[in-house]
Design a protein around this ligand. Structure first.
Ligand SMILES: [Zn+2]
Ligand SMILES: [Zn+2]
Length: 161
């Protein structure tokens, strides 16, 4: 394992959808960052992998517009999109109400985003490489997340006074 240091996210950070009709603000330090290579994320983003900031729910707010549910519309996975341009902006998971998964590259300035973990690498395009510290062939089991969150916190750059 490397001694990588992950940048703290400049807060509050704002972002939005393609058309600007849906805007959000992140005021809580993200608890972890990830990239997902699964087929579903590829289809929803039209990109080689999705990018996620796992944000405490009380540190996230929609500041403009309403969302529309899209994606699979499953009972537990609530994919929130802009109703006009249909960008996939964030995901809430029923039963995991303490966090919101925000699409990292929708930040106005996403340069501070570096994925700490990557998931579903068994579905990864052969030429894609990320600097993630932890790689999982599938989605890691929930029990693993506590350790991952602690490890991410240990890799964060020191807080500035
Ligand atoms: Zn939009
Ligand atoms: Zn995925």
């Amino acid at each position: 394992m490397s001694e990588a240091v992950y940048p703290r996210h400049a807060l509050s950070a704002e972002g939005g959808c393609r058309c600007g009709g849906l805007r959000f603000r992140i005021t809580g330090q993200p608890m972890m960052t990830s990239a997902c290579h699964c087929a579903g994320c590829k289809r929803m983003t039209g990109a080689p992998f999705s990018t996620t900031l796992i944000v405490p729910a009380d540190g996230f707010e929609v500041t403009k517009g309403q969302t529309q549910l899209g994606g699979l519309r499953g009972p537990d996975l609530h994919h929130h999109h802009c109703p006009d341009c249909l960008s996939w902006v964030f995901t809430r998971v029923a039963g995991v109400d303490a966090i919101v998964n925000v699409r990292a590259v929708l930040l106005d300035d996403a340069r501070g985003f570096v994925p700490f973990i990557e998931t579903c690498t068994s579905e990864k395009l052969p030429w894609v490489a990320t600097p993630a510290e932890h790689s999982f062939e599938t989605m890691p089991p929930v029990e693993v997340y506590q350790d991952l969150l602690a490890d991410y916190a240990a890799h964060l750059s020191p807080e500035e006074d």
